[in-house]
Design a protein around this ligand. Structure first.
Ligand SMILES: Cc1cc2nc3c(=O)[nH]c(=O)nc-3n(C[C@H](O)[C@H](O)[C@H](O)COP(=O)(O)O)c2cc1C
Length: 357
């Protein structure tokens, strides 16, 4: 698999969001985009026996497993398990600032200890065999100077034999900001990431943070970046980012002509999920933003939010919502169907609190 090629566009790892059902949905919209799992804590895998967290469907390829941890031996074992499960890439999280993650000494706090990161990555790569190990990082934390810290971090990563890095182009504040604020408040510094292209010509660099449209993604690729990683926009407005991605980013045919076709293409997955004893809303909660910005968006969100969590809700609820939105699209009479934002209670954002960033 030419994973570098797929990494031209990726959907970021997002706890509570990019689970199997979400990835199945994103894969219906784009065959080419690289997808990431939620972060899986290495201790849960190695010591907690949480192997079930790794289950995925062959249709999800290319798919990368993100690990969180800071112990080289434990991460190596987790990487070995992940590679054995068939993941196309194993990624180390060095960007997550939440309290829970800091207490385990991993995530963004690792930006302060690049030698430990290098040790972890080298051990992971030795254990993962042919499966590529990568890293996702910030440009620094707290009062670090990103212009000094990022090149130093990348030097350690490269010297550990790692080639592909995704950089969330803002600092994280380990104290005082919530995980959500840490995704918005520290200013973005895309130019610093672009400068790293010259300093590290042997690295494959993806930029992440605040990228909201395919046009913006394409502009970064035009500026020489090897990849663009999109998080919230891909989740909240999946059709805007992924529906056209295969044609525009990869020069391939788009799998679906429009959002209605994508919704129809999800029926077999939903049917299998229900037959396996799953609930309808476990799939549809990731699909609430499918029609964002299009006529019928509110209706779709409302019908699915209200109907899909009811006990026994089946494909009829889904089909009714799809019929209603199809009709609204045909008549185009729905005013005020704006794209939703993070935190919107009616939107594609789960109402449950999000545990980490
Ligand atoms: C709900 C949510 C959960 C997240 N969980 C993770 C995670 O598990 N691992 C990680 O590296 N980043 C995580 N992030 C951060 C994203 O991967 C990404 O770096 C960040 O949202 C910035 O990209 P964006 O502006 O395109 O959303 C999460 C973000 C969100 C919104």
């Amino acid at each position: 698999m030419q994973i570098d090629h797929h990494a031209r566009l990726s959907v970021a790892p997002m706890m509570d969001w990019t689970d199997r059902n979400c990835r199945a949905f994103h894969r219906v919209l784009s065959r080419k985009t690289l997808l990431y799992t939620e972060m899986v804590v290495s201790a849960a895998l190695v010591r907690g026996g949480a192997r079930h967290l790794l289950t995925f469907d062959a249709a999800e390829h290319p798919v990368a497993l993100q690990l969180g941890g800071s112990d080289p031996a434990e991460l190596a074992e987790a990487a070995r398990i992940g590679a054995g499960e068939g993941y196309d890439e194993i990624n180390l999280n060095c960007g997550c600032p939440s309290d829970r993650v800091q207490s385990g000494t991993f995530g963004a706090v690792l930006m302060k200890d690049p030698q430990r990161v290098a040790d972890c990555l080298a051990a992971m790569q030795a254990a993962a065999g042919p499966v590529e190990v990568t890293v996702k990082c910030r440009i620094g934390v707290d009062d670090q100077d990103p212009a000094r810290v990022l090149p130093d971090f990348l030097t350690h990563v490269r010297d550990a034999g790692i080639r592909r890095v995704s950089v969330h182009a803002r600092k994280a504040w380990l104290q005082g900001l919530s995980p959500k604020e840490n995704r918005d408040v520290p200013p973005l510094d895309y130019d610093l990431v672009i400068e790293m292209l010259r300093a590290f010509p042997d690295l494959h660099l993806s930029v992440n943070g605040g990228i909201g449209t395919l046009d913006e993604a394409a502009a970064f690729l035009d500026r020489g970046l090897h990849g663009v990683m999109v998080g919230r926009a891909a989740y909240q407005r999946p059709a805007d980012i992924l529906l056209e991605a295969d044609r525009r980013v990869f020069g391939a045919a788009n799998p679906c002509a429009d959002a209605v076709e994508a919704a129809q293409a999800m029926r077999p997955h939903i049917a299998r999920h229900l037959e396996g004893g799953g609930r309808l809303d476990q799939v549809t909660r990731h699909m609430l933003g499918l029609f964002a910005g299009r006529p019928g968006a509110r209706l779709w969100r409302r019908l699915l939010s209200e109907g899909a969590h009811r006990p026994g809700a089946g494909l009829d609820v889904y089909d009714d919502a799809l019929a209603a939105v199809t009709q609204a699209l045909e008549t185009e009479t729905q005013p005020g169907d704006e794209a939703m934002g993070e935190g919107s209670t009616a939107g594609g954002v789960p109402s449950r609190p999000v545990p980490t960033s």
